[in-house]
Write a protein that binds this ligand. Structure first.
Ligand code: F6P
Length: 341
């Protein structure tokens, strides 16, 4: 059997661990051959592939990024996009695909599977917002990086008695902000799911100064103030129609400084959160996802996605992967006690 593998959307630590796991199991247990599709759906549309055998995956387990490359190409928006994907698969004798991606890439996979392409999905994203799975790999690494940054910012904030705002990734969901903010002992955590009240945030900041500590405010890039507009650096959009975010951190620091009359600065962590070597947990989860994806292909259980439920890996319909998993209001409220103190 010949199986194609692709990684799509924003990269994240652990993608190579999945690729390695899929190839090792497929080759060693079932004697399958693999074709690496380059740059996600981009390579599938343009017929760009690379060899993918056990040799090609040696040494990539701790490597960040993806050896296959990634893109945000959306074949459903291209003329004859689906036909072109099918032509590429036919040209290489590919009978099944393992698609490693987030909500958008898996959304395309779902549509393509309904047109008759045999595929299995593997959820990834640092944002942890793919529906149907408790966690995605990449998230643990990103939270670790953001937490370490917050730890470091505490000491410099104290030295200068200033507010430090830390902007983390999270377009629609505040999972990174919440986990890293709690782990790093932030004094305010602002997430896209709950509009924030600027007066309240400034009160938390003042309170923190009153007890002689410098405040750390963690804000997800998609967080929005009450009755306000989302703050954007530019209005450009990617192929899935998402605006390019970033800007809320700077805006917040300016507002806090203006209102509290105490210096405030911003650190935007950006792509640092997505780069570098995956944590041990992400390698573990990514490896397990890869092994189970191969079993799903072997069983002909197409149109499904592997997912984590508790400590088990299960298979769910790809349709369920498309829902955006958000931070529940009750979970966010659990940490109220730490805000402003
Ligand atoms: O989708 C994952 C993510 O990390 C988002 O949190 C962020 O908005 C986006 O990627 C930015 O990706 P890029 O700069 O690659 O378009």
């Amino acid at each position: 059997m010949r199986v194609g593998v692709l990684t799509g959307g924003g990269d994240c630590p652990g993608l190579n661990a999945v690729i390695r796991s899929v190839v090792r199991k497929g080759v060693q247990e079932y004697a399958w051959e693999f074709v690496g599709i380059v740059d996600g759906w981009g390579g599938a549309v343009k017929d760009v592939t690379r060899p993918l055998d056990v040799r090609a995956v040696r040494g990539i387990l701790p490597l960040g990024g993806t050896i296959l490359g990634s893109s945000r190409t959306n074949p459903l928006r291209l003329e004859k996009g689906i036909e072109r994907v099918k032509n590429t698969l036919a040209a290489h004798g590919i009978e099944a695909l393992v698609v490693i991606g987030g909500e958008d890439t898996l959304g395309v996979a779902h549509t393509l599977s309904e047109t008759g392409i045999d595929l299995v999905g593997v959820p990834k994203t640092i944002d942890n917002d793919v529906g149907g799975t408790d966690y995605t790999f990449g998230f643990d690494t990103a939270v670790g990086i953001a937490t370490e940054a917050i730890d470091r910012l505490h000491t410099t904030a104290e030295s200068h008695k200033r507010t430090l705002v830390v902007e983390v990734m999270g377009r629609h969901s505040g999972w990174i902000a919440l986990h890293a903010g709690v782990a790093g002992g932030a004094n305010a955590i602002l997430i896209p799911e709950v509009e924030f009240d600027l007066d309240r945030v400034c009160a938390w900041v003042e309170r923190r100064f009153e007890i002689n500590y410098a405040p750390i405010v963690v804000v997800a890039e998609g967080a929005v103030p009450k009755a306000g507009q989302m703050v954007l650096k530019d209005e450009s959009r990617d192929e899935f129609g998402h605006v390019r975010l970033s800007g809320i951190g700077d805006w917040l620091a300016r507002e806090i400084e203006g209102r509290t009359k105490k210096e405030a600065r911003t650190t935007v962590l950006g792509h640092v959160q997505r780069g570098g070597t995956p944590s041990a947990y992400d390698r573990w989860l990514a490896t397990r996802f890869g092994l189970h994806a191969v079993e799903a292909v072997k069983d002909g259980d197409f149109g499904t996605m592997v997912a984590l439920r508790g400590t088990d890996i299960v298979r769910i319909p790809l349709a369920d992967a498309r829902t955006n998993k958000r931070v529940p209001a009750e979970l966010y409220a659990e940490f109220d006690v730490f805000f402003g103190t």
